[in-house]
Design a protein. Structure first.
Length: 300
C-alpha cells in the first residue's frame, strides 16, 4: 500500500475585488468559465448591478487620496504591481493560456508584455503633465499655466475579445487610468475573467490603496449599463463594448452616459482587430484628464 494518501485538488475560489477586499457577489451566484474547447475551468462570481454600485462607492471614496498622491509615488506603486505580477508569472501564463486557447509560449509572452506595460505606465506618472499642460502666452503681466488633473471615477468595460485581451488588454486599459490619478471600476471580460480576478490578488498585495481598482466579473450587459448611468462615475471606457446594437452595446451605453456628461472612450468597430501587443502611445493617458488653468500676476 502506498504511503502517499490520495487527496483531492484544492480548487481555487475566485471572488470579486472591491474596495481592497474580496467579497462574493451579493447574489451569491456564480457562472461557469470554460476554455476554448468548452471544458470547465472554474466558477466565477456573477456580479450584479448592486455589486457595481458598491464598487463605485469604493472607487469614489478612494479618489481624494489617490489623486492627492504625488505623481512620483503613483509611479512607485505601479512599478510594485509589476514586481508582484512578475512573481506570479507562471500562474498568469497558465490562466491566459487556458482562457484564450493559446500555447504556453504565447501566453508567457503576453504576461511578460503585461508586466512591461505596468512598468511603462509607471514611468509616465510624473511626465504626463509635461505633455498635457504648459505655460500659455497671454497679453498682460500674468503667468497663465494649464495643469492636468484626474477626472475621477472611470467605469471600464474591459476588452472582451481578441488576442491578448484577458490580461494584456485589461492592463492596457486599467494602468493609464490610474497612472493619472483616477480610480476605476472594471467589468472584466465575461468569457475570460480568471486573469482579471487573479490580478485583483496582485493589486491587493501591492501598494495600491483599496478602492483604486475594483474588478467585477459577470454579464457585461448587467454591469456596464449601471456604470454608464451612475451619477458618481465621471468617465467611461467602452473598449470592450460591442459597437452594434444590443444589450450592453456601445450606442446604448453612450446614450446613458450622456445624461451625466461623462467623458467616453469609444470601442473599436472590430474588437478582434485590436492588437494589444502594439505600443500603447499616450492617448489613454490623456483621455481621463481635466485641464485646470491658473492666472497669476507677475512680480515687478
Amino acid at each position: 500500500m502506498s504511503d502517499v494518501a490520495t487527496r483531492l485538488d484544492v480548487l481555487k475560489t475566485y471572488k470579486l475585488y472591491v474596495g481592497g477586499k474580496f467579497p462574493r457577489s451579493e447574489s451569491g451566484r456564480v457562472y461557469e468559465v470554460t476554455d476554448a474547447k468548452g471544458e470547465w475551468l472554474a466558477n466565477a462570481p456573477l456580479g450584479t448591478r448592486k455589486d457595481a454600485r458598491d464598487a463605485v462607492l469604493a472607487a469614489r471614496a478612494a479618489v481624494k487620496g489617490w489623486a492627492g498622491t504625488t505623481a512620483y509615488n503613483r509611479g512607485q506603486v505601479l512599478y510594485r504591481v509589476a514586481e508582484m505580477l512578475q512573481g506570479r508569472r507562471e500562474q498568469f501564463a497558465a490562466e491566459v493560456a487556458l482562457s484564450e486557447g493559446i500555447g504556453p509560449k504565447k501566453a508567457a509572452a503576453l504576461v511578460d508584455a503585461a508586466i512591461d506595460r505596468w512598468v511603462w505606465y509607471a514611468g509616465w506618472t510624473d511626465k504626463v503633465a509635461q505633455i498635457a499642460g504648459g505655460a500659455n502666452p497671454v497679453a498682460g503681466p500674468f503667468f497663465n499655466l494649464s495643469t492636468p488633473e484626474p477626472t475621477g471615477v472611470v467605469g471600464i468595460v474591459a476588452p472582451q475579445a481578441g488576442y491578448g485581451h484577458s490580461l494584456l488588454g485589461l492592463v492596457s486599459v486599467i494602468a493609464p487610468a490610474i497612472a493619472t490619478g483616477n480610480t476605476v471600476v472594471v467589468a472584466a471580460a465575461a468569457d475570460a475573467p480568471l486573469p482579471a480576478l487573479s490580478l485583483g490578488e496582485v493589486l491587493a498585495t501591492s501598494d495600491v490603496p483599496g478602492g483604486v481598482v475594483n474588478i467585477i466579473s459577470g454579464r457585461t450587459a448587467d454591469i456596464a449599463p449601471t456604470l454608464a448611468s451612475h451619477q458618481d462615475v465621471n468617465a467611461l471606457d467602452l473598449t470592450g463594448a460591442i459597437a452594434s446594437d444590443g444589450p450592453g452595446a456601445a450606442p446604448a451605453l453612450e446614450a446613458a452616459a450622456a445624461d451625466t456628461l461623462k467623458r467616453v472612450v469609444r470601442p473599436e468597430l472590430d474588437p478582434f482587430a485590436q492588437d494589444w501587443t502594439n505600443a500603447p502611445g499616450t492617448d489613454r493617458l490623456l483621455s481621463f484628464l481635466e485641464t485646470k488653468t491658473v492666472w497669476h500676476p507677475m512680480g515687478i
